[in-house]
Write a protein that binds this ligand. Sequence first.
Ligand SMILES: *Cc1c(COP(=O)(O)O)cnc(C)c1O
Length: 376
Amino acid sequence: MHTETLAIHAGRLIDPTTQAVTSPIVLSTTFRHAPDGTLYSPYLYTRYDNPNRAALEQCLAELEGAYQGIAFASGMAAAMAVFHTVLKPGDHVLIPEDCYFTIRRLLREIYAVWGIEYSLVDMTSSDAVRAALRPTTRLVWIESPSNPRLLLTDIAAVAEIARSVSAYCVADNTWATPLLQRPLELGCDAVIHSTTKYIAGHSDVLGGIVLVREEGRLYERLRTYQHVAGPVPSPFDSWLVLRSISTLPQRMKVHCDNALRLAEFLSSHPKVDKVHYPGLRKNPFYALATRQMKGFGGMLSFEVHGGYEAAIAVCERTQVITCATSLGAVESLIEHRASIEGADSPTPQGLLRMSVGLENYTDLQDDIAQALDAAP
Ligand SMILES: *Cc1c(COP(=O)(O)O)cnc(C)c1O
């Protein structure tokens, strides 16, 4: 079946007792079993498994072409599940220089005390990845497109490098979604998503998932971590995310269309020095994007002429586009990333990141145009 159909039908069952077409939310934390422990259903206790979580995991596994999905309470909980599962003290991790900044914080503020080392690498270059490997490198973490500069990594090439030294290769596919990019087919061992973003798509629920390519030790360890450590999503959160997936393929089309048009408009604007969007023909990643992605996505960033002051002035003046963090939802958001990332942020001071929403395109262009016109 095609992705639009899977998004609506995968993981869904007509409820056998009520014939409800939309699955009921099963809030019960515990499920009746026989006195000798034999289960009457697939369920025992909601930390181990729950019908709403199982349905979400099955749907995303089918969309991503994965063996199984293991759902978590947030994207960071999903990332942490991977780190906890594959790393031990003394191991080394490669992460991209341009990376979701909380991944950097996780390594610096949480894992450093456990003796786990990491290097920030320019993942746009396979040579840089090869040069950063150590005998202890156990995990290569890819984020493509990257946050916030929309740099692309050649996923197949980096996965091959990781395989050549028996390191795991895991891709954060949050910005692309399974609709636009399928890293497991390009050789990654697992993919993570912050389902908080495009997959849920309405800025009203947090979630995360790890999707693994095949049966085996990595899958077993992740499932055990989920059951034993317990950072699981609630039945209601699982239900909300699954409900939203029904419209994900259609939402992604509009996100991509609106973002490409806005990127083209911004590239010819006199107050904009630079636009970061892989769908622009002059973008250095255009050829790679057409090869490894099915669409260029709904995220872009641009550098306003005049640096910090000019960028802040634009954020102050947008009316349709809200100044807020996060991304991937129906409404457009804009943000001065360097302010959010803090003192050690490598992000340029004039850079604004935009999550292009599903509003009418002309309204978005008019809004950004009037905000830029008013900037110093
Ligand atoms: C938001 C985000 C995360 C973290 O997800 P949460 O759901 O906020 O925990 C990880 N990676 C990327 C690329 C993100 O955008």
